[in-house]
Design a protein around this ligand. Structure first.
Ligand SMILES: NC(=O)c1ccc[n+]([C@@H]2O[C@H](COP(=O)([O-])OP(=O)(O)OC[C@H]3O[C@@H](n4cnc5c(N)ncnc54)[C@H](OP(=O)(O)O)[C@@H]3O)[C@@H](O)[C@H]2O)c1
Length: 331
């Protein structure tokens, strides 16, 4: 194939931004020692951010977004990978400052690539995607701090989104009692099908008034929302509870007080998927695959789009109007 299709965002000479499908050649791709035929990518909140003009993430245009991809190795200059290998590539600079997954082909540095875990398909790998990886890393960190299902209910905020949906499904599979907080009660049935025992409103977590400490409700929280909701949930964690924070859809300022830390011994754990070291990255991917291998939630969580649908979907995710995981089919 001499040319192939990719969704590209460019800055024009007059300063305006243009986004759409372009013809690409393999030589136009970013440098990397493994050429991958992309079968699936996905839509994450960060892809939405990358698609907005003058965002703080992209240093140089044009860029092919798509922070994660799964596909088959077509050519490799690293003996770790050979033609025909099924692989996943997420994080690092992919789709931000290195051409990403919204393309039929991607050139990726071998040190950013994870072999597809046994027992899952390339499509499932992108249903998990960066969101699933982040949910799994959050749960891993909470459990490394001692969390077990016997400790009590676990809160998941932003539950109908990508990280939230994956966290609900994964925690439920691991035997936790999950309370899912969402801004849209229309998602109640969906969240219960994923395994949430209770679905609550955002206002139930934060009613507009921040209090230093409130009644103890949750043993832990997986929080991709941040902002005032995070400040509020900290004051409702049980004694020695912990919150794993990964996101900012509810805001970047967290007006927390010191009281729950010093009166209840709670912990706040930061989650970063982008530079997670490779040995832990591989462990988390394998654990995610193992935990959700037998789930029947995939059909509910996923919706499938193609490159031509991206402009609308990238806007939707920024407005909080997508549910679960949106995957982009390229094969
Ligand atoms: N740290 C990392 O390595 C890492 C990795 C992946 C993602 N993230 C971050 O995690 C967050 C979620 O990513 P995602 O891909 O899962 O996005 P997503 O699919 O858009 O999910 C975000 C969810 O947050 C809730 N939400 C949206 N606006 C809100 C608001 N104003 N106040 C409170 N809740 C709001 C919505 O859920 P409800 O309607 O159900 O409330 C929405 O579905 C993003 O900030 C993303 O950048 C970080």
């Amino acid at each position: 194939m001499s040319t192939f299709a990719a969704y590209q965002i460019s800055r024009l000479d007059n300063g305006e931004f243009k986004a759409g499908i372009e013809d690409f050649q393999k030589d136009d791709l970013s440098k990397g020692d493994v050429l991958i035929k992309v079968h699936y990518s996905s839509v994450n909140y960060k892809d939405g951010m990358v698609s907005t003009p003058d965002n703080p993430l992209v240093k140089d245009y044009p860029i092919i977004p798509g922070i994660d991809l799964a596909g088959v190795v077509e050519k490799s200059n690293d003996p770790q990978f050979k033609e025909g290998d099924e692989v996943i590539a997420t994080s690092y600079e992919i789709g931000v400052n290195h051409h990403g997954g919204y393309s039929e082909y991607a050139n990726i540095p071998s040190e950013w690539i994870v072999p597809l875990p046994e027992g899952i398909s390339l499509e499932q790998a992108m249903i998990y995607g960066t969101a699933g990886f982040t949910a799994a890393l959050s749960i891993h960190r909470l459990e490394a701090g001692g969390l077990t299902p016997e400790d009590g209910p676990v809160l998941v905020t932003g539950a109908s989104g990508g990280v939230g949906s994956m966290a609900v499904a994964m925690l439920a599979k691991r035997g936790y009692t999950v309370e899912a907080s969402t801004g849209s009660q229309e998602h109640e049935e969906y969240l219960k099908r994923l395994g949430a025992q209770k679905v609550i409103s955002r206002e139930d977590v934060y009613d507009g008034k921040l209090k230093p400490v409130q009644s103890e409700r949750w043993a832990a929280a997986v929080d991709p929302v941040g902002g005032e909701q995070l400040a509020s949930l900290l004051g409702q964690l049980k004694y020695q509870g912990a919150a794993a924070v990964s996101g900012l859809t509810g805001g970047t300022k967290v007006p927390a007080q010191v009281y729950p830390f010093i009166l209840r011994g709670i912990s706040l754990i930061g989650i970063d998927s982008v530079n997670c070291p490779m040995p832990l990255r591989k462990k988390i991917w394998n654990r995610l695959a193992e935990d959700l291998k037998t789930t029947d939630a995939f059909e509910d969580i996923k919706s499938v789009i193609r490159l031509e649908d991206l402009t609308d979907t990238l806007q939707s995710i920024l407005q909080g109007n997508t549910r679960g995981r949106v995957i982009v089919e390229l094969k």
